[in-house]
Design a protein around this ligand. Structure first.
Ligand SMILES: [Zn+2]
Ligand SMILES: [Zn+2]
Length: 259
């Protein structure tokens, strides 16, 4: 028997626009695509660094789209990479989140684009060099999970973007995560109200982590990580990854923190 598709697939919680250097569609094109795909919610998200200055304009432009959204809840966010083992994020200073205020972004997406080493961000190739020189896989996984937990504690409304997408880039897999790592991440997500996305682009997290998050009661959301509006709300790998969730774990746009 095939389980019905997860109702969370009616949302896309990680959609990039031209506010990101590497994305091609406007905010309005993404919202129109969400409407065409039959979504009920979309989170417009762009890459930030400490030097980013466009967040107020991004908030104004997304707020202006809400009256035309026609039944789609428009949420907002910024995506920032972890910089070191404490989970310090590459965020503009003073950035505040508030899902209920249109002049602030709703969530901060915590990204593992680089390995958050104790001395700062390392590229995946640097991690491979360090592994060859003796850095253990246990230490890498421990440090990554510790940084994720630190980042969750540091921002009020967070979402783990493509969790563990870094592992295959450094020659590891989610099988290298211990049960203790997953339970610590679940506890932190619950304590800090962090959401966790199931990401189409990177096909992560895997079924074991999804089950751990779902069993713990962590809010799971679907995302494409779209960089072009043709991909908004188009799921393939997330359909398979989320099979076990069926109708459980759906974010209700009316009750789950508005924007
Ligand atoms: Zn990312
Ligand atoms: Zn992204």
């Amino acid at each position: 028997m095939t389980l019905p598709a997860w109702a969370g697939l009616a949302g896309d919680h990680h959609v990039h626009s031209t506010f990101s250097d590497d994305a091609e569609s406007t905010l309005a094109e993404n919202v129109a695509a969400a409407r065409q795909a039959g979504l009920d919610q979309i989170r417009l998200v762009d890459h930030v660094r400490a030097s980013t200055t466009w967040v107020p304009e991004f908030c104004r432009r997304t707020a202006a789209l809400r009256p035309t959204a026609q039944g789609i809840t428009i949420r907002t966010g910024v995506e920032a990479k972890m910089l070191d083992a404490t989970g310090r994020l590459d965020l503009p200073p003073g950035l505040r989140t508030d899902p209920d205020r249109p002049d602030r972004v709703g969530r901060v997406l915590i990204a593992d684009h680089q390995y958050p080493s104790p001395v700062g961000p390392w590229s995946p190739s640097r991690v491979l060099d360090e592994r060859a020189a003796g850095l253990s896989s246990d230490a890498i996984v421990d440090t990554l999970v510790g940084a994720m937990i630190g980042a969750m504690a540091a921002v009020e409304h967070a979402q783990l973007a493509h969790p563990f997408s870094l592992l295959p880039k450094v020659g590891l897999t989610e099988d290298d995560l211990l049960a203790d790592h997953l339970s610590a991440l679940c506890a932190a997500a619950l304590a800090h109200g962090t959401w966790v996305e199931i990401n189409e682009k990177w096909a992560c997290p895997g079924p074991r982590a999804i089950e751990a998050f779902a069993t713990a009661g962590v809010t799971l959301v679907a995302s494409t990580d779209s960089h072009h509006h043709r991909d908004v709300g188009r799921y393939d790998r997330v359909v398979d990854l989320s099979r076990s969730l069926a109708d459980a774990q759906v974010v209700d746009p009316l009750s789950a923190g508005g924007r």
